[in-house]
Design a protein around this ligand. Structure first.
Ligand code: AMP
Length: 369
């Protein structure tokens, strides 16, 4: 075996915490990493080679592609043109066509519709008069979302009867949107599925997620089973197979009294899967790499039975480096603290639900110190 096949270099477009955690779980397998990001302080640079260049810089992309045996992404808003440029030069996963769909809420919704997968009612909004019509149709109870480049609640506006639509249209300065009817959900769940090119497919336990201001705050695993659980896996599998998907794919869903509605998909490792670093036999990060490189997928079973993840948003808890409790783990990404920014997370693992609850309460206490 040559050094190249024994120690392949994996390139990651985007150098945030997801790229960082992919590398941290790939190093024990002998993989090497190069990251590509327009910002010089991208936190993946703390754990590997960081190329700093704009995604439109073809010379830099050429050099990056030459260095890499495989390339993947750390976020779905990597320009499709950059992904396609790299795809012509080396192996890339998932396919750039999946990025193209995931970057555009309308295309994503049309995909789900074509598969008869239920979604919230929505309207296209490209003009003020369409906004007025859509707001009326949802009874002034909805979410206006940018079609492109929205994430973590960014590019999203709540529509209520108190919303001044004229002001809002001025504020967003036109553009292309979808207006979704507000969903009265019982809970939010996500399905983490991993699929390789040989069509081997595995699921992690269902995750139950809590959000605040559009940002994930907590994940509990496994979500209590419900009558909708089987459907959740069925929908995720249908989407992954239709896209001939390679890697980790995450589908976010609303569970309502009447069943599931799909919210969106992330063609990458996902915040609601961070618990899997300690909470599963094989983390989402390792399995994403395994899938992309055509290796056998690792077991997705829980390592102890129960797990939880709490995000640190804006601030790193002061207690983090001074405490070490059994079953509680800290992850500090090395990013500067900033309002609304994900700067780290804690994972909790336990072998029964009561213990998990106790540890989460303990952790919540620690985090407020
Ligand atoms: P998104 O950026 O689409 O993932 O939305 C972020 C969060 O906002 C979701 O996880 C929900 O908590 C909330 N949200 C988004 N769309 C809707 C909707 N149509 N109905 C109710 N809540 C929503």
């Amino acid at each position: 075996m040559t050094e190249k096949t024994l120690f392949p270099t994996i390139g990651i477009l985007g150098g945030g915490q997801l790229a960082q955690m992919l590398a941290l779980d790939g190093y024990p397998l002998g993989f090497r990493f190069v990251f590509f990001d327009p910002t010089a302080d991208a936190c993946a640079g703390l754990v590997g080679d960081l190329m700093v260049a704009d995604y439109s810089n073809e010379m830099a992309l050429e050099e990056f592609a030459q260095k890499c045996d495989f390339v993947t992404y750390d976020f779905e808003n990597v320009p499709v043109e950059a992904a396609e440029f790299v795809a012509k030069r080396t192996s890339i996963f998932p396919h750039p066509k999946v990025l193209e769909i995931a970057q555009d809420r309308l295309k994503e919704k049309l995909l789900f519709k074509s598969l008869s997968i239920p979604i919230a009612d929505f309207h296209n909004v490209d003009s003020y008069s369409e906004l007025v019509f859509a707001a009326k149709s949802c009874g002034n109870n909805g979410f206006l979302k940018t079609r492109r480049l929205g994430y973590d609640g960014k590019g999203q506006h709540r529509i209520t009867e108190n919303t001044n639509l004229k002001e809002l249209w001025k504020e967003v300065q036109g553009g292309s949107f979808v207006l979704e009817h507000a969903v009265d959900f019982v809970r939010e769940i996500s399905v983490i599925v991993v699929r390789n090119a040989q069509a081997e497919i595995k699921f992690y336990e269902l995750c139950e997620n809590k959000h605040k201001n559009g940002i994930l705050t907590t994940t509990l695993v496994p979500a209590n089973p419900s009558s909708a659980s089987g459907k959740a896996l069925e929908y995720a599998q249908k989407i992954a197979n239709t896209l001939s998907y390679v890697g980790v794919l995450v589908i976010e869903m609303f569970e309502t009294q009447d069943g599931l509605l799909i919210n969106e998909m992330a063609p990458r490792v996902h915040n609601s899967g961070h618990w899997s670093i300690e909470g599963a036999v094989t983390s989402q990060f390792e399995n994403h790499l395994r899938a992309g490189m055509g290796l056998a997928l690792g077991s997705t079973q829980m390592s102890l039975g129960y797990s939880a993840m709490i995000n640190w948003i804006g601030e790193i808890p002061k207690i983090a480096l001074n405490t070490k409790e059994k079953g509680i783990y800290w992850h500090i990404y090395g990013k500067q603290e900033r309002k609304g920014r994900k700067v780290g997370h804690s994972t909790v693992v336990a072998d029964n639900a009561e213990d998990l609850h106790e540890k989460v309460v303990k952790l919540a206490e620690l985090l407020t110190k």
